[in-house]
Design a protein around this ligand. Sequence first.
Ligand code: NAD
Length: 293
Amino acid sequence: MMKIGFIGLGNMGLGMAANLVKAGHQVVGFDLSKTAQQSARKGGCEIAKDINTAVKDSDVVIMMLPNGSIVRKVCEEAFFWMVPGTLMIDCSTIDVETARDLVAEARNQQIDMIDAPVSGGVGGAAAGTLTFMCGGTSEAFARAQPILETMGKNIFHAGDAGNGQVAKICNNMLLGIHMIGTCEAFNLAQKLGLDAQTFYDISSTASGQNWSMTSYCPAPGPVESAPSNRDYQPGFTAAMMLKDLRLAQGAARTARTSTPLGAQSEAIYSLMEAAGKDGLDFSGVMKLINGSL
Ligand code: NAD
């Protein structure tokens, strides 16, 4: 049993912290939101009054926070109170640069740190079936692995610091691109008189086949479990996709490389945001493409 400080008990953090409790760990959580605090208490966490109390004599500290600037701010305080040898795991999705800076700062204070962003969403967090993509030293990863296994099913070591974030944003950029492409194909097929089911039956066994089509079809009908059959209720929101696409574009600029379709995808999901429809599932970009937004 370990003492684990957990900062950020929102939609994702709540389920993750509850799974650590179920595995027998003592979890001391901290969140600015009273509602989050209350839910985490129900999930078996102790609630600290500040960051200092949550991290001070914890063996491990986990963060699940909205963005890089918040993670940086929390780290500034947490690093001050954490003792050398503590393991820090950042599960938030943040920019690659900040992730790398923070791992370097942690190393200066003899804190082992990894970036470990996730995929699998709120359902995966609650069920303990998340995928973790980790960046950091092999030693830090080896320490983190058994803890991550209590919250997830697939745990990958993607290489050095920041590589977890790289894997996450590159995967989601590809997802955004093939979701939009899939929407375009279904829309064009329908406008030309080919119904969604027939196009699905053909394309899902032909070379256009992809995950957005077969697991998450943006056209209502062919895939029963897809958000398109529930008026695009999320799921994974367009706002979250946009966050990841923006991170990917920032990273592409830093790397001085061009991602033309990633840039287009960001622009298209920005239109969802501008229309006030970014609370829809990301497959709801179908409505933008077919003119029903
Ligand atoms: P959320 O907004 O529900 O939770 C974030 C929590 O952090 C909130 O409860 C908020 O009060 C708390 N917080 C903010 N600033 C804080 C501070 N300074 N100190 C302590 N607590 C603070 O967000 P979420 O959906 O749980 O997402 C968390 C992270 O996981 C994000 O980086 C997101 O991109 C990533 N993610 C989310 C999903 C998803 O489906 N929700 C999937 C994969 C990855």
